[in-house]
Design a protein around this ligand. Structure first.
Ligand SMILES: [Mg+2]
Length: 211
């Protein structure tokens, strides 16, 4: 069966990446307030653009150069594997044996691809798509045949809800890691399961396969 996974806050601890970035910039003298403000301004409709943030910081705070900040950013992004949630690699390796795994990730293409590549999850997936569409329905339309059964694992309840409306046969699984902007969003009847990690997902998958 096709299993569609989101990336940020589903497989990847994006919050920890931001914290690492903040800490590295702080050591270079960048204050908390400037970091938060520029992070927000560099996060538009199409996702966060780190180099846009770096440019804004360098313009505001002349004691540090763009190149220095970018080097610090790259050092962190290059070890992105450490920000995967701890059970993810093992679980994906197991699930991959009997299913077709597809990642559909929302965000800035360049940045998402950097994160995904250096987190070393590429070998687990049959296909990886980065989209600028927050609810991902157009991408799902390209992936799924008419009435094709599939599972969609996401932390964004809005994306799950829209997916269920467009594809009633989809099994929607909300993963709530307790972080990310949707952690406190209430659930709804379009969400079939709610879990907190991939070990729980493996149990659900077993039930689905036994049905
Ligand atoms: Mg997400």
């Amino acid at each position: 069966m096709k299993i569609i996974f989101d990336f940020d806050h589903t497989l990847f601890g994006t919050r920890r990446l931001y914290m690492a970035l903040k800490e590295a910039f702080e050591k270079m003298g960048v204050e908390d307030k400037l970091f938060s403000e520029t992070l927000r301004k560099a996060s538009g409709r199409f996702g966060f653009k780190p180099r846009k943030q770096i440019k804004m910081i360098a313009e505001e705070f002349s004691e540090v150069k763009y190149e220095q900040l970018e080097a610090a950013f790259e050092k962190i992004i290059n070890k992105a594997e450490i920000f995967l949630y701890p059970e993810v690699s093992r679980a994906l390796g197991e699930i991959k044996k009997e299913n077709e795994l597809i990642m559909v990730s929302y965000g800035d293409k360049k940045y998402q691809n950097e994160k995904i590549r250096s987190s070393k999850v590429i070998p687990f997936f049959n296909k990886i798509i980065v989209t600028q569409e927050l609810h991902k329905v157009s991408e799902l339309k390209k992936i799924l045949g008419e009435g094709e059964k599939a599972i969609f694992v996401e932390d964004n309840p809005y994306a799950l809800t829209e997916a269920k409306k467009a594809f009633p046969q989809i099994i929607t699984v909300r993963i709530n890691r307790g972080e990310g902007r949707y952690a406190k969003t209430p659930g709804n009847d379009k969400i079939d399961f709610t879990i907190t990690n991939m070990e729980e997902f493996k149990k659900i998958l077993k039930e689905i396969h036994e049905d």
